[in-house]
Design a protein around this ligand. Structure first.
Ligand code: ZN
Length: 143
């Protein structure tokens, strides 16, 4: 028997633009139209100035691994074949932090490594955001 992983409601008006962005391989976050504070997860009201609503803007899907945990026991039967796996908090520009699955062996990640968004199509409607380490080519010059 196969188990279906829990999926988000991508039609929820509050978060639908976020999910639509993932389908297009874009990372969108809400930004306050009054004070420009970015926010994730989406919320009906700005936590800084209490202005209702907001606009959606794209941010770079690359940041730094802030913290992570390794799951050794599946909390859903759908993930039983995946353990052990890592889930991490990635800090993006504007101090936005997003928690998601890390698609790399847990022993290969550590706090502070660069991570980038990985867009995982789960169903025709649902694309999830995962993280993967940024692997720089050997001998590559920076700057
Ligand atoms: Zn605001």
């Amino acid at each position: 028997m196969t188990h279906t992983p829990p999926l988000p409601d991508v039609r929820d008006p509050l978060t639908a633009p976020f999910w639509a962005g993932l389908r297009e391989r874009r990372l969108l976050v809400q930004r306050c139209t009054e004070c420009a504070t970015p926010r994730y997860p989406a919320a009906p009201v700005c936590p800084s100035c209490l202005t209702a609503g907001g606009e959606w803007s794209e941010i770079p899907g690359e940041g730094e691994l802030y913290s992570y945990v390794v799951y050794h026991r599946a909390l859903s039967p759908a993930f039983a074949a995946d353990v052990p796996y890592a889930v991490g908090i990635v800090e993006l520009p504007d101090r936005i932090q997003i928690v998601s699955r890390i698609d790399a062996p847990p022993e290969s990640v550590s706090v502070g490594v660069r991570m980038r968004a990985r867009y995982v199509d789960v169903t025709p409607e649902v694309t999830l955001l995962h993280w993967e380490p940024v692997v720089r080519g050997g001998g590559e010059h920076r700057g």
